[in-house]
Design a protein around this ligand. Sequence first.
Ligand code: G2I
Length: 458
Amino acid sequence: MSKRLRTTLALIAAGAAAGSLTLFMAPSADAATTLGASAAASGRYFGTAVAANKLSDSTYVGILNREFNSVTPENEMKIDATEPQQNQFTFTNADRIVNHAAAQGMKVRGHTLAWHSQQPGWMQSMEGSALRSAMLNHVTRVATYYKGKVVTWDVVNEAFADSGGGRRDSNLQRTGNDWIEAAFRAARAADPGAKLCYNDYNIDNWTWAKTQAVYTMVRDFKSRGVPIDCVGLQSHFNSGSPYPGNYRTTLESFAALGVDVQITELDIEGSGQTQATTYGNVVKDCLAVARCNGITVWGIRDSDSWRASGTPLLFDGSGNKKAAYTATLDALNGGTTPPTTPPTTPPTTPPTTPPTSPPPTGTGCSATVTLNSWNTGFTATVRVTAGATQVNGWAVTLTLPSGAAVTNTWNAQNTGTTGAVRFANVSYNGRISAGSSTEFGFQGTGTGPTATPTCVAS
Ligand code: G2I
């Protein structure tokens, strides 16, 4: 080999190595590819409600362990579950969730210590000072049992009326207006290390009387030194209670009182891109507020939801990621989804850049492939270009040689991994204006595709 050729090859190899370095240096590959790790990259958590009786469902647990780093027992820490008979406490089901979370390194949100609903029969029939004592005893006993294990408690849940800006009538409210602060003081005394939240629904819209009433209470608590650390916005959205355009204002306003804000029971009824866009907006609003430090969705698959018919969650009934999932993940990652896994074997041959399809003509779209190959695998960068009119969605089909297989894809969703593999746009890159381009990529084993790709626009 001539010296000149050797030098040229060395330079190309260096360039290839440098090219692959950007992949290796992609900020913590995991941080970009799961909800929990992506949220953790900005110091937040991403959680879900969990039902103890589903911990034997392998699909459910697989998604739980992969995607989430916080859990809220959906029903197992409620008063009827933990104190079914007065002064007889049962933590079996709650412990199953807490132990699972501990084994997986997940945080636990405790839900909930004092609530007008899901009271055991003995409590429902109590009133006055006997009820006040029983409630404080419950708060103390449960918070003490979980001391050091529950990071954040929903101390009081849903204490405000839906309209009118006042308290909800309940047996607890009738023990005296100070029942809420009494519950917070008891929780602080029992577990001084836990964050203490007031949690409610329909406090998302800043202009609503209920939101203002909770805001006024929190401001009063802070001014008088009542121990409160956070406000939980349940954020159950549907057509009757839609995501409000002033949601970020609400988060900012509560945070400005000196408390954290958490989105505690998020679900959004709907489907497709409309639902996905709303999920993305909720996440962006939280990320825009420094003290919005975590988001919990109220279940994993649509079929796990208390509103299953409204398909309000991030995974479908089979456990597949929905468009809402992608929009949520993208928003957590600041709008883009970088490559998921760097190549495990560094490139050993120079990259080739053969355009494999003609430049755009007329309507529709076209695609070109750039391959970066090594002896056992390749990465492919595919450039999708719109023709003379805007494209609103696209799908590129590439045929892989025999023996080759796609191992991961970024900025597109693939169908199939061998032979003719179809790559469709994801939520944020379907629209390409006339003559413009977008890129996606994938990694594979074996030899990369050399046949001309086809691109279909929609
Ligand atoms: O209603 C949605 C949520 C509103 N905010 C407070 C949350 O605690 C509440 O969660 C829901 C659970 O998702 C449901 O699973 O709370 C409901 C009432 O506590 C839960 O429903 C109950 C049913 O009413 C019971 O009949 C059933 O035994 O779930 C129980 C366990 O499956």
